[in-house]
Design a protein around this ligand. Structure first.
Ligand SMILES: *Cc1c(COP(=O)(O)O)cnc(C)c1O
Length: 375
């Protein structure tokens, strides 16, 4: 089809490279795994992965086997860690594509070893995941030595490349939960050492751990959200001031009209104008990831370097904003991100309005919105 719709995402890969370098400096001598699950938090997995590797990332991490395969098909040869155990039917693909498996149960370890034999692979790298308190996935601390023993028994098909855990509360600077988890994890490492197991890579920290908890920076850090220039929590804003937002959600004004005093706008006419006003229509809506309730929470957009209020509920494909005489059809609208004047609406500003986190804002931008990547 000729031309693109008047709504798109700009992804600034220079910002990604800059953020990776900054985070790597903070984490050094630890190396960095760039977390590119969920299509790189909506930014586009392949271009972001390539940018992160160019900027010095040691490897990548994904949630799904399919996500790892997408990267391999793009020609990426760096280590790719799949962050949790996956359905049995996908294990042969995981092995065949040389992905690094996360393990925490005996049956899964056996399955991996059998698959490796089945496709004639002599060496699948695995990382052992320990649950130190988040209670999402991982082996219980008391089971670590037994699992390490089973892994050793499954050599040479399986090689243990690492041991890791995940922090539940690293983004809450006042919580003592991170110290508690680190203590449990260090005890597991000690038990493993005593039993004769010494995996090469020990890792703990997500973005918040990397920025706020120096003791969590071990051999490797696993950074996601901060690499995209978004603070994991407003409490960490200061630690993120050198990072640059990579995603900007944009559209073009599709229609401008004048409404009279007393007129309303959008479904239910929930916004009424007390005086005559100019209203611009922007062809992007909740099916694109702009939450319907952004209206009613003070939601604004940037046009020509100035904030303009959203008026009326966001509809599926379009929303309306109140503007002045300076705005006309075709003008670029920045919904969040950085505009051409350097003005910024952070994803976290939307998150604060909506009672959620910046992660959910960027991940919600739907596949219907084309991504444009800077070189
Ligand atoms: C998603 C994820 C990360 C990255 O977290 P951020 O807060 O985005 O840095 C790291 N480790 C694991 C296990 C994850 O699931």
């Amino acid at each position: 089809m000729r031309g693109e719709r008047w709504a798109w995402v700009d992804v600034d890969l220079d910002a990604v490279r800059h953020n990776v370098r900054r985070l790597a400096e903070v984490a050094a001598p630890a190396r960095l795994l760039a977390v590119v699950k969920a299509d790189a938090y909506g930014h586009g997995a392949v271009p972001v992965a390539e940018a992160a590797l160019e900027a010095g990332a040691h490897g990548l991490a994904v949630a799904l086997v399919q996500e790892g395969i997408e990267l391999r098909r793009a020609g990426i040869e760096a280590p790719i860690l799949v962050l949790s155990e996956q359905p049995a039917e996908q294990v042969p693909d995981l092995v065949a594509h040389g992905l690094v498996a996360t393990v925490y149960t005996i049956p899964y370890i056996d399955l991996l070893a059998e698959s490796a034999r089945g496709v004639d692979v002599t060496n699948v790298e695995v990382h052992l995941k320990i649950d130190t308190g988040m209670h999402r996935v991982g082996a219980q601390p008391g089971a670590a030595v037994e699992l390490a023993g089973r892994l050793a028994a499954r050599a040479p098909q399986l090689t243990v490349g690492g041991v890791f855990t995940h922090l539940s509360s690293a983004d809450s600077p006042d919580s003592d939960e991170t110290d508690r988890q680190l203590a449990i994890f260090d005890k597991v490492l000690e038990d493993l050492r005593r039993a004769g197991h010494s995996p090469e890579l020990v890792h703990v920290a997500n973005s918040a751990g990397t920025l706020a908890h120096p003791r969590a920076r071990r051999d490797l850090v696993r950074t996601g959200i901060a690499m995209y220039g978004i603070a994991p929590d407003p409490a960490l804003d200061q630690l993120c001031r050198d990072l640059r937002p990579a995603m900007s959600l944009r559209a073009r004004v599709s229609l401008v009209k004048t409404v009279r005093a007393g007129d309303g706008v959008s479904y239910g006419l929930r916004h009424r104008f007390s005086e005559a006003a100019r209203v611009a229509t922007v062809p992007i809506g909740y099916a694109d990831g702009v939450p319907r309730r952004l209206f009613g929470t003070g939601g604004e957009v940037l046009i020509r370097g100035r904030r303009r209020p959203i008026v009326g509920v966001v509809t599926m494909d379009q929303l309306m904003v109140e503007v002045d005489d300076d705005v006309s059809e075709g003008d670029v609208v920045t919904l969040f991100g950085v505009d051409e004047f350097g003005e910024c609406i952070e994803a976290n500003e939307w998150a604060a309005r909506l009672g959620t986190i910046g992660y959910e804002i960027v991940c919600a931008v739907s596949a219907r919105v084309p991504r444009r990547h800077s070189p």
